[in-house]
Ligand binder design. Structure first.
Ligand code: DGJ
Length: 726
């Protein structure tokens, strides 16, 4: 049993393989958090809570003269604003009289097999899970909050979300409706987040907790390049192999907040959910609101242990559809090869050059539709520009297929150019405030995805294109953030709903399209990795990781990304040199091995490659395909810290049986490699051959004393070793 109720101790305990989460029904029917950490069986952890008379703490009225119970310092499952918890909260509600107080107490609970779906939202597949529902009731009868906890035992994960229901006779307005709170009775931990910018996403940031709030957020209408909705709280001495770590990953792609607050008594409160800024949600009597799902994961085996649990969970339980497990095609993308300047013959030339090298798919990126010869026009007009292409899409796909490749295509469904037929016919379809000049970004405006007519238009035009030819892949891009967020179809008191309704609209369209075209592989993208989150992975099992294709920059981008997301999710391509974003020249071998730590492809004009480089590409693709399972389904180990070690970067993947491993090292600032690197994840009892050599080395020796690295010199050189059990 993953979830247990002890009616004597009044505890609700969730057990996973190696962790325990416990809450209890405390004084005055409060729902208090007792414990989250390494597995403990049979005990109540209520003894960890200290009841004391604290200065300036509020006490519930019914406590009478007892001043030792206060919501201000006791650890809670779902703190609310207005009745004495002065810390960060999950819920703020305005009632019809304008009051902002609600007081939630335990009402009932249910434990059952499986996991309910979250209506309209991406969610973790709960096959084999057990779910605990705890229903909290407002003492004045205004609302109820049902907290959901689904235990995925084998992943050491618990997923959490909340449903808030108006049980009063008047409308309520949610001003804050977060998904999850974790109160940790400790302030000596590190807070790990992933910051960045366009073309430099998910850089690791690790710092000791300090008093007050330390938070990350996005109010950009997308999870963003700037902060990622995935955070870690870990022991201050936690490393890759040891230490307690808690990870929180938001299964959502829009505005978010994740905050760690260290309070007056040395406790830390971690909260995550939809950002309250720009948010309000009107609940009519009887209506409910679902706060999206958060994945909570725990590891006592350091950051590496947390990573591997999350990789497996996201690969197996978030990514769906036939492409979640199927071998992904090695692709050639037209963007950096041709930008907007291509026609059918140019694309066919690339396909002709690609086919003998082992490439599986040609992706026709931006520029194939409407009047789209630059980024100033055409978005929204999803009809093939046959004049520019010089043929129909069907003919192109037929000819590409005859060369042995599939054809993929790019869309940016959520956007519209002012210079487009769509905008001229429906100027009201975009987000904009009445009577106010709007904000442009990349010359484009944002469609109001909350509108069903907008979504209907997009569904019919996009599916029309996909039906018109043999298309096997779609790249779904999004190249600006949301401003002037106002919808022409909602009343004034519902405008605070638009950011979230926009996201629900995007999910709705993605759901429809992925269901209608189950054989098509959808890749997410938002100007690179600007919407790289567990929410998008539900629809698109791979996401273009960054517009920065420079292999050396990619090492730190992919390093940060690896903490929360599996390699099978990371779109990575080898591109031309000097690199278009940084001007750096890196050996093609190195560009290849870095891009291989993801869903592999190329982003360059293959027709211009000299013979020697073409042979190198051919070898790389053959190698990648040979080791596909090991790379994409293996366990991932970071061997160096990309923030601290500027000399070289090393990582490896190990097959689940530990019979095989792939080691990669890339020189960064150093021009000669270290003499040895300590490996990880091998079986200490097994012996391994390196690159088919005669000698075999013990797993224990390779992990404790290290793998000898051959001598090679030169800037940004690399070396790979395949380890095979003998
Ligand atoms: C941004 C993407 O990240 C690029 O790969 C490319 O598709 C461009 N958009 C096209 O406009």
């Amino acid at each position: 049993m993953a979830v247990l109720f002890d009616s004597v101790q009044k505890t609700l305990t969730i057990q996973t393989r190696q962790s325990t989460y416990q809450m209890g029904i405390g004084p005055h029917n409060s729902l208090l958090h007792y414990y989250y950490g390494p597995k403990i069986e049979g005990d109540s952890m209520a003894y960890r809570l200290r009841y004391a008379d604290r200065g300036f703490a509020g006490n519930p009225y019914e406590a009478g003269k007892d001043r030792t119970f206060s919501f201000d310092y006791l650890p809670q499952e779902y703190p609310v604003f207005g009745v004495g918890d002065f810390r960060t909260t999950c819920l703020t509600v305005a009632d019809a009289q304008g009051g902002r107080a609600c007081d939630l107490r335990y009402g009932s609970h249910k434990i059952y097999e499986g996991k309910p779906a979250l209506r309209g939202l991406p969610s973790v597949n709960g096959d084999g899970a057990q779910t605990l529902e705890v229903c909290l009731q407002d003492t004045a009868g205004s609302l109820s909050v049902t907290l959901f906890y689904s235990a995925l035992e084998e992943y050491d994960a618990i997923t959490r979300w909340a449903v808030i229901r108006n049980t009063s006779k008047e409308p309520l307005f949610l001003e804050e409706a977060l998904s999850c709170c974790l109160d940790v009775p400790c302030d000596q931990m590190d807070w790990v987040t992933f910051y960045g910018r366009h073309a430099m996403e998910r850089q690791l940031d690790r710092a000791p907790l300090r008093h007050g709030n330390q938070g990350i957020e996005s109010v950009r209408g997308a999870s963003s390049h700037q902060q990622n909705p995935f955070v870690i709280l870990c022991d201050s001495d936690a490393g890759e192999r040891t230490g307690c770590c808690f990870g929180m990953s938001f299964v959502y792609s829009g505005n978010f907040i994740a905050n760690a607050q260290v309070g007056q008594f040395g406790h830390t409160r971690l909260t995550m959910g939809i950002h309250p800024k720009g948010f309000s949600w009107k609940l009519e009597p009887g209506e409910s609101f679902t706060a999206p799902e958060v994945i909570l994961c725990h590891s006592e085996e350091g950051l590496g242990g947390l990573t591997r649990r999350l990789h497996r969970l996201l690969r197996e339980r978030v990514c769906r559809g036939e492409w979640s497990a199927k071998q992904r095609p090695v692709l050639i993308n037209s963007w950096e090869a041709a930008y907007f300047d291509f026609d059918c013959e140019k694309l066919l030339d690339i396909a002709r050059a690609a086919a003998p090298l082992g490439v599986d798919l040609l992706v026709m990126d931006d520029g194939w539709f409407g009047n789209r010869n630059s980024d100033c026009s055409g978005l929204g007009d999803w009809t093939v520009n046959e004049g520019k292409l010089g043929c129909t899409l069907q003919e192109l796909s037929r000819r590409v297929k005859a060369l042995g490749l599939g054809l993929g295509i790019w869309f940016e469904p959520e956007m519209v150019s002012e210079d487009s037929e769509l905008y001229r016919s429906h100027p009201d379809w975009c987000l904009r405030n009445p009577g106010r000049a709007t904000t442009r970004s990349r010359y484009q405006l944002v469609l109001d995805m909350s509108r069903s007519d907008v979504r209907e238009y997009l569904f019919s035009t996009i599916s029309g294109v996909l039906q018109s030819a043999d298309i096997t892949y779609v790249k779904w891009d999004m190249n600006r953030h949301l401003t002037n967020v106002w919808s022409a179809v909602l009343p004034a008191d519902r405008q605070g709903e638009v950011y979230h309704r926009y996201m629900l609209g995007v999910y709705h369209l993605l759901e429809r399209l992925t269901a209608a075209f189950p054989h098509v592989l959808f890749e997410g993208c938002a100007g690179g990795g600007g919407r790289f989150d567990a929410g998008m992975l539900y629809y698109t099992p791979q996401i273009w990781c960054s517009d920065n294709t420079d292999a050396i920059d990619r090492i730190s981008i992919q390093y940060g990304t690896s903490f929360g997301y599996p390699l099978s999710a990371v779109g990575a391509h080898a591109s031309a040199c000097p690199n278009h974003q940084t001007g750096r020249t890196v050996p093609l071998e190195t560009r290849g091995v870095v891009a291989m730590a993801g869903t592999f492809g190329y982003e360059l004009d293959l027709t211009r490659l000299p013979e020697e480089e073409r042979n190198c590409v051919k070898r790389q693709i053959a190698f990648y395909k040979q080791h596909y399972q090991l790379i994409n389904r293996g366990d991932y180990y970071r061997l160096t810290n990309a923030v601290k070690n500027r000399k070289y970067a090393a990582w490896m993947t190990v097959s689940p049986s530990k019979n095989e491993a792939l080691f990669t090292i890339v020189l960064l600032e150093s021009v000669t490699p270290p003499e040895f690197v300590r490996l990880d994840g091998l079986d200490p009892e097994k012996r391994y051959q390196i690159n088919g050599g005669k000698e075999a080395f013990g797993g224990a020796a390779l992990m404790k004393a290290g793998l000898a690295i051959p001598l090679f010199t030169g800037p940004n050189q690399c070396w790979q070793a395949v380890l095979t059990q003998v």
